[in-house]
Ligand binder design. Structure first.
Ligand code: FMN
Length: 298
């Protein structure tokens, strides 16, 4: 283990700044355990109070620079998911991602997971009604939701923001005012792909969320803007597939970085990113934490 790549994210001690993004590895502890061996922290698939079946296939498709998904927040519901997570081995900290429609529902969800290290609030999924982006685009509601969750737990709470809002900084500030411990930027962008032979959208839900390499410049700009205005830590997300992407996000202001779509192309990615970051820190004789926001100071 290298001291130089350790990160403290709002009180969560991480052996490296790499986190598994929500939703990428489904809802089983066995998959989370495997990835947590090398990731600095793991975020679960978003879970709501009741089971949700999600959309029919095709629910995930690829395009030239990433993926488009409309999984529809499929989940087993909080009670069953809490049981499943009892098998999580805690090789690295566990953050549970929650989705709901009201502050009260968010607060109730927290009570199912007293054994986890933190919570991420999905205020940003672009392809469901009454949750995700539907609640995450109203700054007053975002503040209320964060406040309600903070009243229910003393664990760190992160608000996951959408690029599909008028002003992501306004939403980030609302989360900060509600006492969020950090923000995650960004969730997927709204998108669609049409089969030119069948002449219809390919996803069963027609539209979905675009992720992967293609959205990285959008995510970097969002992290940059949030860093200028917020005092709480920012977690970067969107298109990370190489160690250079991790460094770029950190220079823009991210304290930690989530990896999602890249796992579809390599299931060894956490190991290889971690090893590259150790080599980078050694070569530069620097601690990674010192890079956070450094591009703003030049
Ligand atoms: C198949 C799939 C499922 C996802 N499910 C969730 C989810 O349940 N909750 C959430 O907050 N984000 C979800 N996301 C968004 C990712 O967590 C991540 O924010 C986004 O994909 C951008 O990162 P990436 O470019 O590294 O994939 C999902 C993304 C994909 C591709």
């Amino acid at each position: 283990m290298s001291e130089a790549i350790k990160i403290n994210l709002a009180g969560i001690e991480m052996r490296n700044p790499l986190m598994l993004s929500s939703g990428i590895m489904g809802s089983f502890s066995s998959s989370l355990n495997r990835l947590s061996e090398h990731a600095g922290a793991v975020v679960t698939k978003s879970v709501g109070l009741e089971p949700v079946e999600g959309y029919k296939n095709p629910a995930v498709i690829n395009y030239s620079h990433g993926l488009i998904n409309a999984v529809g927040l499929a989940s087993p519901g909080a009670r069953a998911f809490a049981e499943e997570l009892r098998e999580y081995a805690f090789y690295s900290p566990l953050i549970v991602s929650l989705f709901a429609s009201t502050p009260e529902e968010f607060a109730r969800l927290v009570e199912f997971f007293p054994f986890v290290d933190g919570f991420e609030l999905n205020l940003s999924c672009p392809h469901v009604e009454d949750a995700g982006l539907a609640v995450g685009s109203d700054p007053d509601l975002v503040k209320e939701i964060v406040m309600a969750v903070k009243r229910s737990t003393n664990k760190p709470v992160f608000a996951k923001l959408s690029p599909n809002v008028k002003d992501i900084v306004e939403i980030g500030k609302a989360a900060e005012e509600g006492s969020a411990d950090g923000v995650v930027a960004i969730n997927t962008l709204k998108g669609m792909k049409i089969d030119i032979f069948a002449r219809k959208p390919i996803l069963s839900n027609k539209s979905g969320g675009v992720s992967g390499e293609g959205i990285k410049p959008v995510a970097i700009k969002c992290v940059w803007d949030l860093y200028e205005e917020l005092s709480i830590p920012i977690v970067g997300s969107g298109g990370v597939s190489s160690w250079k992407d991790v460094i770029e996000f950190m220079l823009a202001g991210a304290k930690a970085v989530q990896v999602g779509s890249a796992l579809y192309y390599s299931n060894r990615i956490f190991y290889s990113l971690k090893e590259s970051l150790i080599a980078y820190a050694r070569m530069k004789e620097e601690r990674l934490e010192d890079l956070v926001g450094a591009a703003h100071r030049r």
